[in-house]
Ligand binder design. Structure first.
Ligand code: DX5
Ligand code: ZN
Length: 220
């Protein structure tokens, strides 16, 4: 499967957001990870519609929107109109996952389902034929800069093995605590869409992106 890097702008310098996005574009990123938080599903509040709209106007990167919000069904239509290309909601945040998948599809967008560390990957199984991607969180969602939980990487490994046995090819995104130092392990576990926030935007995003992308292409 092809590997994609999705730098998370949660860790970007917002004073200079446009230039930070240009830097990861120059570095060769293919996606841009946009973390929307509501202060309810997760403790923190990040950003939402106006930022997404601004990004869409100026970048051609695929906008990979990670919704950490309750009742995501209330917002997907607006987010799709504003330019989200891939909309990922948390299975724990909605009572109607099937309807939500259909709604996102009917808006012509790609769909992802995310799970928190405590949710088993078996909970994803009813939806695997219906979504483009699953997002297996490797930290508790809500904040950047945390350390990757090794037990979550084991979930990725088991999930990839199981879907391969089932003959299902699906993108597996990993989000939280990915650094250059553990990237190889993350890829080897079976993830192919890699979110990196602080590891990319912490210093020199262009160079950090290039380093990640080079390593990821070697692993493909
Ligand atoms: C956390 C967010 C992540 C975050 C990752 O809840 O979903 O996307 O930005 O940040 P790092 O890569 O710094 O762990
Ligand atoms: Zn995220």
């Amino acid at each position: 499967m092809k590997n994609y890097l999705s730098p998370s702008i949660l860790a970007a310098d917002f004073w200079d957001l446009g230039e930070q996005v240009r830097a990861v574009e120059r570095g060769g990123a293919s996606y841009l990870h946009v973390d929307v938080m509501d202060g309810v599903f997760v403790p923190s509040i990040s950003f939402g519609m106006p930022i997404l709209e601004a990004l869409k106007r100026k970048t051609t990167l695929l906008l990979d929107v990670h919704l950490m919000i309750m009742e995501p069904e209330r917002y997907v239509e607006t987010l799709a109109t504003l330019g989200a290309d891939l909309i990922t909601f948390h299975l724990e945040a909605t009572k109607k996952p099937l309807e939500l998948i259909q709604k996102i599809r009917s808006l012509g967008k790609k769909v992802g389902i995310a799970i928190k560390p405590a949710t088993p990957t078996s909970a994803l199984e009813p939806f695997l034929q219906l979504v483009d991607m699953v997002l297996i969180m490797t930290v508790e969602p809500g904040f950047g800069g945390q350390s990757l939980m090794p037990e979550c990487l084991e979930k990725v490994r088991e999930f990839r093995k199981r879907t391969q046995e089932m003959g299902i090819e699906i993108d597996v995104e990993v989000d939280g605590g990915v650094k250059e130092g553990n990237l190889e392990k993350v890829l080897e576990a079976g993830a192919n869409v890699i979110v990196a926030g602080s590891a990319v935007f912490g210093s020199n995003p262009e160079e950090r992106t290039r380093i990640f992308v080079d390593k990821m292409q070697m692993e493909e």
